[in-house]
Design a protein around this ligand. Structure first.
Ligand SMILES: [Mg+2]
Ligand SMILES: [Zn+2]
Length: 197
């Protein structure tokens, strides 16, 4: 199928957002198929993400970049993953939030693809469709791979520290650390009000 994308001309200051551990709680255990984004487990993370994205939505475009190796491992079907995202899109819409593109890497590390974070394939895919102002953009995620991804692309990075143990193991330093996406949004707004970058 031929799909024509119209790239916007003015480079967009953007927020690149990881999904699991950032918008929703990191799914765990073997039952990835049963992961329901509206379950109580995810709500504390999701509600803070909604607050954060609402605060940023006047100034930034949003893009989701998510590693989902569970798809190619057979732990979750692509259809179910898309269904979860449809639920998230509906919730976002209700809160006035629009994510312009949801990029996903379904590959396992063994497949050695070019799109699994920390590699930047998903950003390149987005860059083909939208003009991105990388210098004035931010990457928000919970893992070191998110921070490496954002740094490679020249973005400022914010690491969410849900998991203290994992966070302590991080070798590369993010621009800022934040407890959740709402606090990350505050840090971004503070910075972007103090022009120049
Ligand atoms: Mg994550
Ligand atoms: Zn991939």
């Amino acid at each position: 199928m031929w799909v024509k994308f119209v790239a916007s001309k003015t480079p967009l200051p953007s927020i690149f957002i990881d999904r699991d551990g950032t918008i929703v709680q990191e799914p765990s255990g073997p039952a990835l198929e049963d992961f329901v984004v509206l379950s109580e487990r995810h709500l504390p993370v999701l509600s803070r993400a909604l607050h954060g994205l609402q605060k940023l939505s006047h100034r930034f475009s949003f893009f989701v970049v998510s590693n989902q190796d569970g798809i190619n491992r057979g732990q979750i079907s692509r259809a179910n993953y898309e269904k979860q995202n449809r639920t998230l899109k509906k919730i976002f819409k209700k809160h006035g939030i629009k994510v312009r593109y949801w990029a996903v890497c379904p590959h396992t590390p063994e497949e050695k693809c070019a799109c699994r974070k920390p590699l930047t394939g998903m950003a390149k895919e987005i860059g083909k469709r939208f003009a991105i102002d990388w210098k004035h953009s931010f990457m928000i995620g919970d893992r070191e791979t998110d921070i490496i991804f954002g740094t490679k692309l020249g973005m400022k990075t914010i690491q969410l520290k849900w998991n203290e143990k994992r966070y302590k193991k991080t070798k590369i330093k993010p621009w800022k650390k934040a407890p959740h996406l709402s606090a990350a949004a505050d840090a971004i707004l503070k910075k972007s009000c103090k022009s120049p970058f």
